[in-house]
Design a protein around this ligand. Structure first.
Ligand code: ADP
Length: 442
């Protein structure tokens, strides 16, 4: 087992990893930027080390500085959290070259799944249904044939895409060339890779994803699904597990396919296969090779600590959980709390003058902020996650309403009011929402 882990991240996820380490009796090293000197993850870690100035590029993305910090503090492993370097193949490689374990899959799997075209090919070979698409856009006849076959609208997507960037929906054939060019420019700028591809645009799907957990001995389990259809600009806002519309046999069928596909490539660690689900059909979009922001809803309904399991697997332990032991029980919902205006969505960094977080049975807050904390302007606006858990969905929603009401964050703008509206809406209560819900709502 590892003795000391460096957490290459900040905010709530750094704290989440730190808590798992502490329960496993592993020492922690926090890294931080100059702006994060007083951050909670720094205060709570056993050791901390500054890796650079405030900008993410110079600190949390600064590979040489992070590797130096890991070497100086003599850690056995690095946990990358999500975002930042968590899906950076080169970082995983360099970490391993320094004889430090990267807590995540092998770099070859990060690369394989980092390219959505390749990921879809692998899934297709393993009988996982994928979104119909076209990968080579240099032949106009083939492009025309594809559009005629699947019909408009279609979507242009970046092969290396992430965070909703590099996507363009095309409603008219005449818009196609311009949209491809625009997506290429954005993809080059964001991912340094201008390869784009086409996909059939599904008009009213749900976003449903399957969580997997694998060890390095070929054991893979699936932990049910999360419905992440409530999104703004392709960014998730509310997630829940289980989904309101999935039948037990549909869950089992897709989970079995996912398990086989992941097994076929000898994948290890945690991972998520993301699907669109329309008219009772699944369409694979991509696989995330890291811990997801929304992992707590899965933890609540399965009772399994995903971060601890991830660390145990990375340390070379065999998975003790068997598929037949995994039972989905009750219902969990997560609201992402962002420091932003509830209607204009303008980020709202600054000082939290008053802070009271909700509690009670079935209420979990994963956050790293506190009263007096100054939210820096340099990073993502998500400042926490409010998760509720109850026997059934109705009670879970009631608990979420109560918890949102109880949450006091003063001095900055937050999206708590927006969550209150969404949670109370008929569509949410009936569970019939799809990925267009937010655009209709606002
Ligand atoms: P990213 O990696 O940038 O998050 P994804 O491929 O996961 O991109 O897609 C993000 C979101 O974009 C999906 O949850 C969905 O809302 C929308 N989307 C992506 N592909 C399609 C598609 N073919 N049809 C309809 N919506 C899509």
């Amino acid at each position: 087992m590892f003795k000391k882990i460096l957490i290459a991240n900040r905010g709530e996820i750094a704290l989440r990893v730190l808590r798992a380490c502490r329960e496993l009796d592993i020492k922690t090293v926090a890294i931080h930027s100059e702006a994060d000197e007083t951050a909670m993850h720094v205060r709570m870690a056993d050791e901390s080390i500054c890796v650079g100035p405030s900008s993410a590029q110079s600190s949390y993305l600064n590979i040489p500085a992070i590797i130096t910090a890991a070497t100086i503090t003599d850690v056995d492993a690095i946990h990358p959290g999500y975002g930042f370097l968590s899906e950076n193949k080169r970082f995983a490689e360099i970490t391993e070259e320094h004889k430090i374990k990267f807590i995540g899959p092998k770099s070859e799997h990060i690369k394989m799944m980092g390219n959505k075209i390749d990921a879809k090919k692998i899934m297709h070979t393993n009988n996982v249904p994928t979104v119909p698409g076209l990968n080579h856009l240099d032949n106009d006849d083939k492009v025309n044939d594809f559009i005629n076959k699947v019909g408009l609208p279609i979507i242009v997507k970046a092969a290396s895409g992430g965070g909703g960037k590099g996507m363009r929906i095309v409603n008219k054939k005449s818009e196609l060339k311009k949209s491809i060019e625009a997506a290429k420019v954005e993809a080059k700028k964001s991912f340094n890779d201008d390869v784009v591809y086409l996909e059939k645009f599904l008009t009213n799907p749900k976003h449903i994803e399957i969580q997997i957990l694998a060890d390095s001995y070929g054991n893979v389990v699936t932990l049910g699904e999360r419905d992440c259809s409530i999104q703004r600009k392709h960014q998730k806002l509310i997630e829940e597990s289980p989904s309101t519309i999935l039948l037990d046999e549909e869950r089992e069928k897709i989970s079995n396919l996912c398990r086989k596909a992941v097994n076929s490539i000898n994948y290890e660690g945690v991972g998520t296969l993301e699907f669109l689900f329309e008219e009772n059909k699944f369409y694979f979009m991509e696989m995330n090779t890291r811990l997801q922001v929304e992992h707590p809803v899965t933890e609540m309904v399965t009772g399994i600590d995903l971060v601890k399991q991830q660390i145990l697997s990375a340390s070379g332990e065999k998975l003790k959980i068997k598929q037949e032991d995994i039972k989905i029980k009750g219902h969990a919902i997560e609201c992402r709390i962002n420091a932003e205006h509830p209607t204009s969505f303008i980020p709202s960094p600054g000082k939290i003058t008053q802070y009271h977080q909700p509690g009670g049975l079935g209420v979990r807050v994963d956050s790293a902020v506190y009263q007096g904390y100054v939210i820096p302007s340099h990073y993502d606006s998500m400042i926490g996650k409010l998760i509720t858990y109850a026997e059934n969905r109705k009670e879970c929603i009631e608990k979420m309403k109560r918890a949102l009401e109880e949450y006091v964050i003063m001095g900055i703008n937050t999206n708590i009011q927006l969550h209150q509206k969404l949670i109370k809406s008929n569509e949410f209560n009936e569970g019939k929402y799809d990925i267009n819900y937010m655009s209709k709502y606002i």
